[in-house]
Design a protein around this ligand. Sequence first.
Ligand code: FES
Length: 233
Amino acid sequence: MSELAVSILRGEEWAEYLVPLQRHQTVLDLVTWIQRHRDPSLAYRFACRVGMCGSCAMTVNGRPRWTCRTRVEDVAENAHLRLEPLANFPVIKDLTVDMEPFFQQHERAVARFFPGGGDGDFACVSPGSPARQRADAGIECIGCGVCAAACETVAAFPGYLGPAALNRVWTLVNDSRDGAGRARLAAVAGDFGAHGCASHQECSEVCPKHLDLAGAIAALKRTAFRAALTGGR
Ligand code: FES
């Protein structure tokens, strides 16, 4: 059986491992093998293993990815893999990062549903309506943080609200049942909100769910700007 050389950044040091290769092995399988067979103190995070919970994200050969759906054979370079914790997050230990800043971004962006919208909380929203389609296009975010790890604005300005929270806001702006309207637009209108986005597109390029986060932020910029001019939503 052939082996793969794996380097894992653990604090300031790189640890080296040789891992037996198996067919269809994911990067998460490989990390689990190392923890079970080589070093039980290796810290990493996962829950669902099927691309739903968003907890397994790491930097794989320099690029943030969800590791439970990333096959080793697709990303190994010269039979070698380099694993690091997600960039732009405080590291707790080894491959585990603190997601608190990410959740705080959602909090500051008012990225949650508020009842009391114009159409009522139980309004029937047609799946074919343009607003519903705009909201549905961004709703499958699993909160993995891969977009924030790739974002140059998050790296440069820690106060920036980040692509995931702004994308969530865009889905809510298009939800006619939501009642936060102008207050939410005001929360995302400043330089640390949608207008802070430099439109480099990294977030859309790395999103494992293929969400057009940069497009959502651009649309949010236009909507927030229009609302500021008109004083309405
Ligand atoms: S472990 Fe849940 S998304 Fe990877």
